[in-house]
Design a protein around this ligand. Structure first.
Ligand SMILES: [Zn+2]
Length: 126
């Protein structure tokens, strides 16, 4: 007889996860003098929202209960070192990052635009 599997743990949506799990545990000095910034309206920035959602999904994957005999800390450590740290380097970059038009506590009326593209000519085969 197969053992009953635990039901899939409920995952918070992105806004709730950022507000209840991610933001309350991330401590970074975000001021322009240090070359870092953060926008409390992070959801207004497409790249930020997509990256944070990827971090959310990785959080649930990597912090799930480990197999018996596994290393329960390894997944959490991997989440920080391999996912959070490199993403924050890009996200918080006050010079070139997606929130670089904003200041802590002040969303810009003209945030950094997404990359421009032009229609691909049909003959390109793309
Ligand atoms: Zn902003």
């Amino acid at each position: 007889m197969m053992a009953a599997r635990d039901p899939e743990p409920e995952k918070l949506g992105l806004a709730a996860w950022v507000g209840e799990i991610f933001a309350p545990m991330v401590q970074r000095r975000v001021d322009i003098g240090r070359g870092r910034t953060w926008c409390s309206r992070w959801w207004e920035h497409p790249e930020v929202a997509v990256r944070l959602d990827a971090l959310r999904l990785a959080w649930y994957d990597l912090t799930a209960p480990s197999e018996p005999g596994g290393d329960p800390g390894a997944g959490v450590s991997s989440w920080w070192v391999n996912h959070v740290d490199p993403n924050l380097m890009t996200l918080l970059d006050a010079d070139t990052g997606p929130m670089s038009g904003c200041r802590p506590g002040q969303h810009s009326a003209s945030p950094v635009p997404v990359l421009a593209t032009e229609p691909v000519p049909p003959r390109s085969g793309l």
